[in-house]
Design a binder for this molecule. Structure first.
Ligand SMILES: Cc1cc2nc3c(=O)[nH]c(=O)nc-3n(C[C@H](O)[C@H](O)[C@H](O)COP(=O)(O)OP(=O)(O)OC[C@H]3O[C@@H](n4cnc5c(N)ncnc54)[C@H](O)[C@@H]3O)c2cc1C
Length: 498
């Protein structure tokens, strides 16, 4: 086990890409499962709070502790077992998505959902229920998690396999490793769009889904089993530049409606939008990019040559009548061209993070999704707020899922304060449209005030009681999702573990 207490050694573990700064007294980097279990048990015995840290690519301060110890999972990465027949990968929590993909590709397999940033670690990705550019076609990581091994803060291990333990309506009643668990889930209902705001709860749900996306508050994920798929026969991408934002938006609407009619061909894997300000920021790196009012990025996969040719024809027909700048738009078919297009899209959040780091400001971004039928209305709100706020901003993201990342770029503390109040307003509007205040990045420590817009105090208290049921000493991932003050000093308000 690597352990450090010198503050200088802890520094990089006291932040993530949100720029939020934390505090801790010790860092532990277990090198195997036994060491992980041993340190959890020791911290638990000494009643020392601890926070799980993965790739630290999170954007909401989730892995940034406020006190106690950090357990970094980065050392648990040796063992990736690919089963080519079953198309599964068994791996420890510290394996990066990049390393997993490299290994999977040796067997002509891939994690098709392409969740998030390649430097994120498997445990972090599962704990944030990440999704990414392939969300439109393939959904988020939740759909691909078959099993997880979880260490509770007490040092007990529970192994959960999808399909084995379900709630009866909202009540769980099951036995694991000789322990009886009985508890009731919170009452709230998830919105009718993708959401990563608070615990995932619904009637008759699989227990594994409660732990996925729980942002390191219920247990530490030590290993996982993921479903893989065959590498598709062919893939092509496009980066389409439109003179006006409205034309780009209309094109994405055509694809979204058309996606239902792509059958029997594959639906697009990715459908993304970048506004003019996003493009202006990117142009600082990629000077060849034209001045455009809006940009659409798409990715299309095909299972065989016939399908590939039919899809190329379909997209070329759609693009020719789209109003995009045909000479400057990019249609990428080779691996090299595709990598370039992907890098451009991926560069944008990195540039935003670099900007904020230079300005010494914490991330000021919305992660809102709304039901498809309300997206137009939400987009009008983005326009209204951007005009009123008179702050630098940009808007981009997963438009295929009616989910955009509206980012302010504050340069001073007072601009940051103003940005926060406008973001709150956007969250309020999103919730009024049946949407979520966090579609994929989670609540972490930065977005608790937005969660309070989405759920009542009583519903948030129910989340806290559920956390306390699994972590009675209240040691794990404190201040993530809800304030640690809600945990109180008494026992959980729901039935304690027998
Ligand atoms: C350039 C860029 C692009 C991004 N794009 C996307 C995107 O498209 N979609 C998206 O969803 N996110 C995106 N993100 C955010 C981020 O990559 C994801 O949230 C990712 O899943 C975090 O994984 P991580 O390993 O870095 O976790 P960390 O940031 O280290 O931690 C995240 C949370 O998980 C908890 N945690 C970490 N490991 C464990 C574990 N083993 N057990 C229990 N809890 C744990 C932490 O305590 C924390 O609460 C992006 C980030 C960047 C920098």
């Amino acid at each position: 086990m690597i352990s450090k207490t010198n503050q200088k050694d802890l520094l990089t573990y006291l932040e993530d890409t949100s720029n939020r700064q934390g505090a801790a007294s010790a860092l532990y980097i277990p090198q195997n499962q036994e060491e992980l279990l041993a340190i959890i048990r020791e911290l638990s015995k000494k009643n020392i709070p601890f926070t799980a840290s993965g790739g630290r690519t999170g954007t909401t301060g989730g892995c940034v502790p406020q006190e106690g110890a950090i357990i970094s999972l980065e050392g648990l990465k040796d063992n990736i077992q690919i089963d080519p027949e079953a198309k599964t990968a068994k791996l420890e929590a510290g394996v990066s998505l990049q390393d997993l993909e490299k290994e999977a590709r040796k067997h002509k397999l891939t994690l098709r959902s392409l969740p998030t940033e390649p430097l994120a670690l498997a445990g972090g990705v599962a704990s944030t229920a990440a999704s990414g550019v392939h969300g439109f076609g393939w959904g988020g990581i939740r759909n691909y998690i078959r099993a997880v091994e979880i260490f509770l803060s007490s040092g007990e291990a529970i192994h959960l396999r999808r399909g084995e333990i379900f709630s009866q309506k909202r009540v769980f009643n099951f036995k694991i490793a000789g322990r009886q668990f009985d508890f009731k889930l919170p009452d709230y209902h998830l919105p009718a769009c993708k959401s990563q705001a608070g615990y995932f709860v619904r009637d008759n749900m699989d227990l594994i889904d409660l732990f996925i996306g729980s942002e390191g508050t219920l247990g530490i994920i030590s290993s996982l089993e993921l479903a893989l798929q065959n590498i598709p026969f062919g893939v092509f991408d496009g980066l389409l530049f439109f003179p006006q934002e409205e034309e780009a938006l209309q094109f994405t609407e055509r694809i979204k409606v058309g996606a239902q009619n792509f059958a029997p061909l594959q639906n697009p894997a990715a459908l993304e939008f970048l506004d003019q300000n996003s493009l202006n920021l990117l142009r600082r790196e990629y000077s060849f990019m034209p001045k455009a009012g809006g940009t659409v990025y798409f990715e299309q996969e095909a299972e065989n040559k016939e399908e590939y040719d039919a899809l190329v024809d379909k997209w070329q027909g759609l693009i020719e009548t789209s109003g995009a700048f045909l000479d400057q738009s990019i249609f990428a078919e080779t691996a090299k061209e595709r990598e370039k297009v992907y890098q451009i899209r991926h560069k944008l959040p990195q540039l935003i993070n670099e900007f904020l780091r230079r300005a010494k400001q914490v991330k000021a971004a919305a992660d809102i999704a709304v039901p498809e039928s309300n997206f137009k209305q939400m987009h009008q709100y983005y326009r209204k707020v951007s005009q009123e706020a008179k702050l630098s901003y940009l808007n981009f993201g997963h438009i295929g899922e009616s989910h955009l990342h509206f980012n302010f770029l504050p340069q001073t503390n007072s601009q940051s304060q103003l940005a926060k109040s406008y973001l709150k307003e956007l969250c309020r509007l999103a919730v009024s449209l049946g949407g979520t205040v966090s579609a994929e990045h989670g609540i972490g420590k930065l977005k608790k005030a937005y969660l309070e817009i989405m759920y009542s105090q009583d519903e948030i208290n129910q989340m806290a009681a559920l956390k306390k049921y699994f972590d009675p000493q209240c040691l794990l991932g404190l201040d993530n999702i809800f304030s640690k003050d809600l945990l109180g000093t008494g026992p959980s308000q729901i039935t304690p573990i027998k």
